[in-house]
Design a protein. Structure first.
Length: 166
C-alpha cells in the first residue's frame, strides 16, 4: 500500500434528472448507483448504509458544470432537464464518518460503499480515523495522519485520515 493516497478522482456521471435529484442541496447525502451508462443518484440519510456521497457544491447552467466543482471533489453528477438544456451538477465527496468504514475499490472503478469494518470479505475497507481541518497558515496533510494514510482535499483545506482494514 502506498504511504499516502492522493485525492480520489472517481470521475463523474451524467444522467437525466428527476424531481428528487434536482432538489439536492449542499449537505445532502446521496446514494450513487446503477450501471455506468445509466447512473442513478437518490437522496439518502447521511452516515447510513445507503449513503456513499455528500453534496459539497451545486452548479446550475446549460453546460456540464463539472469544471466549476472544486478541483478536489471525489466525483460529480450532472443531471439534464428532461425538456430543456438546463443542467444541475452536484459536486460530491465520499460521505466519510469517523469510525466508520467505506470500501474504496479504485482499481475496479466501483463507487465507494459503506461497509462493516469487520467484514473481511469486502475488499478495500478503510476506516476514517479523523478529519483534519487545515490551520489558517497552512494545509493539513496526509503526513499528519497517525496511519500515514488519507485523502488530502487541498483546495478546501482538509484531510480525511484512514486506516486500511484489510
Amino acid at each position: 500500500m502506498v504511504a499516502s493516497v492522493a485525492t480520489m478522482a472517481l470521475g463523474g456521471l451524467t444522467g437525466c434528472s428527476s424531481a428528487a435529484d434536482s432538489d439536492m442541496v449542499v449537505g445532502d447525502c446521496v446514494r450513487m448507483g446503477g450501471p455506468p451508462d445509466r447512473p442513478e443518484a437518490t437522496k439518502a440519510a447521511c452516515g447510513t448504509p445507503e449513503s456513499n456521497f455528500k453534496v459539497v457544491a451545486t452548479v446550475f447552467g446549460t453546460s456540464d458544470g463539472a469544471d466549476q466543482c472544486p478541483t478536489d471533489v471525489d466525483s460529480y453528477y450532472s443531471m439534464r432537464g428532461a425538456f430543456s438544456e438546463s443542467r444541475n451538477t452536484i459536486c460530491l465527496d465520499i460521505d466519510w464518518v469517523v469510525g466508520g468504514c467505506m470500501s474504496i475499490d479504485q482499481e475496479n472503478g466501483r463507487d465507494p460503499v459503506r461497509v462493516d469494518c469487520d467484514d473481511a470479505s469486502v475488499p478495500g475497507r478503510q476506516r476514517a480515523t479523523q478529519i483534519l481541518q487545515s490551520p489558517e497558515d497552512g494545509h493539513a496533510t496526509v503526513d499528519q495522519c497517525a496511519s500515514g494514510l488519507g485523502y488530502a482535499y487541498d483546495e478546501r483545506n482538509f484531510t480525511v485520515c484512514v486506516e486500511d482494514m484489510a
